[in-house]
Design a protein around this ligand. Structure first.
Ligand SMILES: [Fe+2]
Ligand SMILES: [Fe+2]
Length: 245
């Protein structure tokens, strides 16, 4: 993953770089999403998660690969909202939203998805370097969080994060997810359920932050679709906390 490209801090250059990054996001989304729209991914996942929650059963859970694709779509669509000319408050909200989503996603993959692939004997260079990709992403997140949104370095680091994530997501969606669907086909729902339950645990301390930054990141219609799966997760949480409801 190359995140060390030279990046100018001139406003015109930053704007140009942001446009280039957005074009890459658009291109990648088109390639990754194929015939399935982002809203459709979110709707399908939300319906599946709600169904799983109502039955509290891993048999009804969405497959882990579908949940990972949904997470990718969510982050890439948040990337599209960032503009270097936006207000510092909006930039900060988008960055906060993206950083938390990436952090939780990476932890879920490492604890559940990558571990299952290793246990299944999957051996590929992409899997071997995935944790390093995550570490590089975490370093950029640390820099971003320590940089004021008014600082030109914020745009620069955000652009580097976009490039790093696009590269990593493309490798996961073209190599790891198809491999998982071939090698773990009988475990995909069980692993999906584990991911849902663990996500609830990880999101719990950040519920307010997620809600407030989502509102500032997405327009209403997109936010409704994007957070659809969260409603399902909330149903799971309620069921876990109050099992007789
Ligand atoms: Fe990953
Ligand atoms: Fe991923």
């Amino acid at each position: 993953m190359n995140t060390s490209a030279d990046v100018s801090s001139e406003p015109e250059d930053l704007e140009h770089q942001a446009d280039v990054a957005r074009a890459q996001v658009d291109e990648t989304l088109d390639e990754l999403a194929g015939r399935v729209s982002l809203k459709q991914r979110a709707r399908e996942a939300a319906a599946a998660v709600s169904s799983a929650a109502s039955r509290a059963s891993s048999r009804a859970s969405p497959e882990i690969t579908s949940l990972i694709r949904l997470d990718h779509s969510h982050v890439l669509s948040a990337f599209r909202r960032y503009r270097s000319r936006s207000s510092p408050a909006r930039k900060r909200a988008i960055a906060t939203h993206v950083c938390l989503a990436l952090q939780i996603h990476a932890q879920l993959e490492e604890e559940i998805f990558y571990r299952a692939l290793f246990e299944a004997g999957v051996s590929t260079e992409v899997l071997d370097k995935s944790v390093n990709d995550h570490e590089e992403m975490r370093s950029l997140i640390d820099v971003l969080r320590a940089t004021a949104a008014e600082d030109p370095g914020h745009d620069e680091t955000f652009a580097r994060l976009i490039r790093a994530v696009i590269h990593h997501v493309a490798e996961e969606e073209t190599v790891l997810l198809p491999l998982a669907e071939a090698k773990l086909q009988h475990r995909l729902r069980e692993l999906g359920w584990k991911m849902i339950v663990r996500r609830v645990e990880l999101l719990k301390p950040h519920a307010g932050e997620v809600a407030s930054t989502a509102v500032l990141t997405f327009p209403v219609a997109t936010a409704v679709a994007a957070v659809g799966a969260c409603a399902g997760v909330w149903l799971v949480l309620r069921r876990l906390v109050t099992p007789d409801r």
